[in-house]
Write a protein that binds this ligand. Structure first.
Ligand SMILES: *Cc1c(COP(=O)(O)O)cnc(C)c1O
Length: 374
């Protein structure tokens, strides 16, 4: 792939480079930080848009044995790739899905008493203690057993099942001073005591950095693996994973003042230079970046000029020396240690959303073991 990459890229396609070595490096940073807790990896939503297959394969090769996905289909796809991994499905198991869970040897994260009853029935039918995880709600009010529901379930017994994890999820882990963190921690401790033999998990990416008390037996980061800063008020401890570049399609040097793009929202004076790149909101460069986003050419910041179109973005490149502006010259749209976080901020969103929306039209190149090969 690496040798053919320039050809595959074609004349006018944007290039999304995904550094799997950096994903693995981030996995090691988090693993070392979480110790003695074990580290799993969250690869839901196609590894946050970066490709669950290459990401999961690289992590497996580096020793990651437990992976979380959100949906059944994601779990089944991952099972085909990794026959021996423990794969947990955060959405839980629905009626009509039980056979697929069994066939895929997937571990459902049970979220309410109905699911528990269903999984117990299945276990009784196959006469085998089936693994499961139990999600308890501690203040997110999204998924998981309430305290009363868990007490009832424990009183009722679950001898048919083999719970491999009791877990909960923090709502404000990226805000270390938020009072809900300590409250969720306290509630989680109390609930997990009802299942004293079962390993516990509370922390995702940001929770790992809240201190030892939050790490329990297993941590389950997602976004930090992909280079996003899990400690937004501190320097980013993760290595950048994603770089998005695109070639310039054409450049205007304005002989008189003109407006740029739909709605004529950007007014450029005579003498200004406007470059157009083949990336737009259909590629996940959100329209809310209109008039706000910033790209770079040879390290020089170039602001988005006017509205983001479906397939194109205009850039005000007046500050860039002319010899760097030939058609085909490279523009960096996402890059650097805080590239994703910074662009997400400008778009009025979070890096999670930017990542998961990165489009399918890019030429994708994976870097692995120092090469361009996956
Ligand atoms: C998505 C998710 C994670 C991973 O969260 P990050 O903030 O991306 O690290 C962990 N646990 C649950 C329950 C999740 O839904």
């Amino acid at each position: 792939m690496s040798r053919d990459a320039p050809k595959a890229r074609g004349r006018a396609r944007a290039l999304l480079e995904i550094d799997l070595d950096a994903v693995v490096a981030n996995w090691r940073i988090l693993r070392d930080h979480a110790r003695p807790a074990e580290l799993a990896a969250v690869v839901k939503a196609d590894a946050y848009g970066l490709g669950a297959e290459p990401v999961a394969r690289a992590l497996w090769e580096d020793g990651c044995r437990r992976l979380f996905v959100a949906r059944l289909e994601e779990g089944l796809a991952l099972r085909r790739l990794l026959p021996e991994a423990e794969i947990l499905v955060l959405d839980g198991v629905g009626r009509g899905e039980t056979e697929a869970f069994l066939a895929g040897r997937l571990v459902p994260v049970l979220n309410h008493p109905g699911e528990l009853a269903l999984w117990r029935q299945v276990a009784a039918r196959v006469a085998r203690r089936l693994p499961c995880a139990l999600h308890v709600d501690t203040g997110m009010t999204r998924l998981g057993f309430t305290a009363a529901e868990l007490e009832a379930a424990v009183a009722d017994g679950m001898a048919e099942l083999r719970p491999v994890l009791v877990m909960s999820h923090l709502a404000c882990a990226d805000e270390p001073d938020h009072p809900l963190n300590a409250l969720q921690l306290e509630r989680f401790r109390a609930l997990a005591r009802l299942l004293p033999e079962v390993p516990r998990s509370l922390a995702a990416s940001s929770g790992i950095f809240l201190g030892r008390a939050y790490r329990f037996d297993l941590c389950r980061p997602g976004v930090a693996l992909y280079g996003v800063n899990p400690t937004p008020r501190e320097p980013n401890p993760m290595r950048p994973v994603v770089r998005l570049t695109a070639p310039i399609l054409r450049v205007f040097t304005l002989r008189e003042a003109a407006t740029v793009g739909y709605g004529a929202t950007y007014r450029a004076p005579a003498g200004a230079r406007i470059a157009t790149v083949p990336v737009g909101y259909a590629d996940g460069l959100l329209r809310s970046l209109s008039g706000r986003g910033v790209a770079r050419i040879a390290g020089i910041p170039v602001p988005y000029a006017g509205r983001v179109s479906m397939d194109l973005i205009g850039l005000d490149v007046s500050r860039v020396p002319e010899h760097l502006l030939a058609p085909g010259a490279e523009v960096e749209l996402i890059g650097g240690p805080d590239g994703l976080d910074e662009l997400a901020r400008l778009a009025g969103t979070i890096a999670y959303e930017l990542l998961t929306r990165l489009g399918r039209r890019f030429c994708r190149r994976y870097r692995r073991n120092g090469t361009g090969r996956p």
